[in-house]
Design a protein around this ligand. Structure first.
Ligand SMILES: Cc1ncc(COP(=O)(O)O)c(C=O)c1O
Length: 401
């Protein structure tokens, strides 16, 4: 279905009150998602948590079918998890890493992933290699070719980094990983619900994501995809009776599906809500969403680039709906609160999420405006005008000092 913007905005009531440009942090849930979560919580309150789960079993199972359709895999290749990081870790720590093994990644990878790489290098003597990039920040794919050896245990990449604006060439990376037979872990936390993902095309072994960002699902929800092929030999680092059938005091049998990576206890309202959010996105079509978000992101960059004193920091030859920038003389956090005063919501990228990327680019903190398909060109223009006025005031103050 073509994107029906009137309906989409009606079903996103906050659009009436504010210009919401923090979709890379946590997007606004569409009304059907929010209602599904509330109804489920009501039912838990009314009948009890276990009873509600039993009564709603078919819909809870439907979660796996929905996600499978979203990324073109089988339902038994999906595990529900509470965050992108948890899903990512479940896969990462299932790798049997040995001293001298090599992990290939990028400097724009998410901070929590970096911590895991450092841990693996410190305690498992694993070699972590960062891919070279060109002046635009694009990955050098020849370097990746050269780096893949028989000691390479993993290629791990954030599809869309948290504070960078670029889209990494996941399909090309998947091609190289696939032909070398090396597992490819794709952190799709910012790309699911943003781009039209297909794990067959991406040739990834595993993909992790959060529900709350571009998928517009509830907080505390996410999923992990693990390919059937990898599952044959995958043993989770953390395993409980949900993931393994306990047979007797000395043995258990892993469950067949990716659900071996799940916990029994989880937020079922979140699971149901994420399923509804996935269906909601698919109803509009991910190709249309991707196209609109990328175009709005590009317009946003154009607006900012015209403003004296504003610097856009986005990299990559392919860019997305995340736009990062600074305004001369205005700290990113001050800018955020000034915009909030005008009903415009952005966020600040700082701290560990982009630390390694920012260190190599000499950045400390940047303002991050992240658009979604429910935003409009008019909103982008209003945002641009607000930034222009803040930047002009900062310039005047700077000159009079
Ligand atoms: C690229 C990327 N990966 C991983 C994460 C972590 O997601 P979560 O907080 O759901 O663990 C984020 C969060 O912003 C992210 O941007």
């Amino acid at each position: 279905m073509a994107l029906d913007l009137d309906r989409i905005r009606r079903e996103t009531p906050a659009c009436e009150k504010r210009i919401y440009l923090n979709n890379a942090g946590c997007s606004l849930q569409p009304t059907p998602v929010y209602r599904a979560v509330l109804e489920y919580l009501d039912q838990e309150q009314e009948t009890g948590g276990y009873e509600a789960a039993a009564a709603r079993q078919p819909e809870l199972e439907g979660f796996y079918d929905s996600v499978a359709r979203l990324i073109n895999c089988r339902p038994d290749e999906i595990a529900y998890c509470e965050s992108a990081t948890r899903g990512w870790q479940q896969f990462f720590y299932s790798l049997r890493l040995n001293p001298g093994d090599r992990i290939i990644t990028t400097r724009v990878d998410y901070g929590s992933n970096m911590v895991a790489y450092i841990q693996a290098s410190r305690y498992r003597d694993v070699e972590i290699v960062f891919l070279d990039t060109d002046e635009k920040g694009d990955i050098d794919l020849d370097h990746l070719h050269r780096l893949v050896t028989d000691r390479t245990r993993l290629i791990s990449v954030s599809h869309i980094p948290t504070g960078n604006g670029m889209i990494n060439p996941a399909e090309k990376i998947g091609e190289i990983a696939g032909s070398a037979g090396v597992p490819f872990l794709l952190d799709a936390c910012q790309s699911s619900g943003h781009l039209d993902l297909d794990v067959k095309r991406l040739q990834c072994t595993a993909l992790s994501t959060a529900g709350r960002k571009y998928l517009r699902g509830p907080r505390g929800s996410g999923f992990l995809f693990v390919s059937r092929e990898y599952l044959e030999n995958a043993h989770p680092a953390f395993l409980e009776q949900q993931g393994a059938d306990l047979i007797d005091e000395t043995s258990y049998q892993l469950v067949e599906s990716a659900r071996r990576f799940e916990n029994f206890e989880c937020n079922l309202a979140g699971k149901l809500g994420l399923g509804v959010a996935v269906n909601y996105a698919m109803q509009w079509g991910l190709a249309g969403i991707e196209d609109r978000v990328i175009r709005l992101g590009a317009r946003c960059r154009e607006c900012l680039e015209e403003i004296p004193g504003v610097q856009v920091h986005d990299q990559g030859s392919r860019q997305c709906g995340i736009v990062t920038f600074t305004v001369e003389g205005v700290e990113a956090s001050v800018l955020r609160s000034r915009l909030a005063g005008k009903g415009i919501h952005i966020w600040v990228s700082a701290g560990p999420g982009s630390l390694v990327d920012f260190q190599q680019r000499g950045l400390d903190a940047v303002a991050r405006a992240s658009v979604h398909y429910f935003n409009t060109r008019e909103e982008i223009e209003i945002f641009g005008t607000a930034i222009a006025s803040i930047a002009a005031r900062a310039r005047q103050c700077g000159q009079s000092r």
